[in-house]
Write a protein that binds this ligand. Structure first.
Ligand SMILES: *Cc1c(COP(=O)(O)O)cnc(C)c1O
Length: 223
């Protein structure tokens, strides 16, 4: 078994039923994804639209691609025809631009609303108050090519477990508050990465995004 397949098996074995694994393959070559694919993984996460598109073109078509990184409106077109889910929807402008591109492709695109909970200012995501006001305006009734599936968030980058737990608890509360507005399709709470996914699951995560634990450290200098 390859190292990737080993790591993948370890993560999978630790996931309770009902928790989906997104294998975060950003910066790693297509060959790394092929190893994980051979081990049965079908859901992969990427954070750059062009990179996602190249990998989509090169790899098997039954892969579900999740966009998890900050997305500029002018890049949506690279992924709109096939992307399975855009997890990083964090502004009105982006939401409305995704509607437009999805309509062009005659598709409905699944999205998650990314909400800011971390202590770091730099982290992306909606301010919950602003998001709530946006939802209360009834806007999603006018966006027929978008299906809101849930919430995504990133915890504070710290070793202090109680801080991370507080962030995950907050995301779970936001998820529970929004769920009644969207109904049964709103079933996904995406939280937890390599360093904190067991804690995220403890706090109610239904989808974990695990990269470096499976594929090894990322080398951004290659890009
Ligand atoms: C890169 C990334 C991950 C994966 O992080 P690891 O620490 O490598 O598991 C998860 N979520 C988002 C939004 C990311 O950008």
């Amino acid at each position: 078994m390859s190292e990737t397949a080993n790591r993948l098996a370890t993560v999978r074995a630790s996931l309770p039923q009902g928790v989906t694994l997104v294998a975060v393959s950003k910066t790693h070559p297509a060959t790394a994804i092929e190893e994980a694919y051979a081990a049965g993984q079908r859901i992969f996460g990427e954070s750059r639209p062009q990179e996602l598109k190249e990998k989509y073109n090169a790899l098997p078509k039954d892969i579900e691609w999740h966009m998890i990184g900050h997305l500029q409106t002018n890049k949506i077109k690279y992924i709109a025809p096939y992307v399975a889910m855009i997890q990083s929807v964090d502004s009105e402008r982006l939401t409305e631009a995704i509607q437009k591109e999805a309509a062009k492709c005659e598709r409905t695109i699944d999205i998650l609303l990314e909400i800011h909970v971390a202590r770091e200012e730099s982290k992306t995501g909606w301010d919950f108050g602003e998001l709530k006001a946006y939802i209360d305006s009834g806007v999603f009734d006018r966006l027929p090519n978008i299906r809101v599936r849930g919430v995504m968030g990133i915890a504070t980058n710290t070793d202090e477990e109680e801080v991370v737990r507080r962030d995950f608890d907050t995301l779970k509360q936001y998820f529970d508050m929004l769920q009644p507005r969207f109904g049964v399709a709103f079933d996904t709470l995406s939280m937890g990465m390599s360093d904190d996914y067991p804690l995220a699951i403890d706090c109610g995560s239904t989808m974990v995004r695990v990269g470096s634990y499976i594929f090894g450290a990322r080398d951004y200098s290659l890009k």
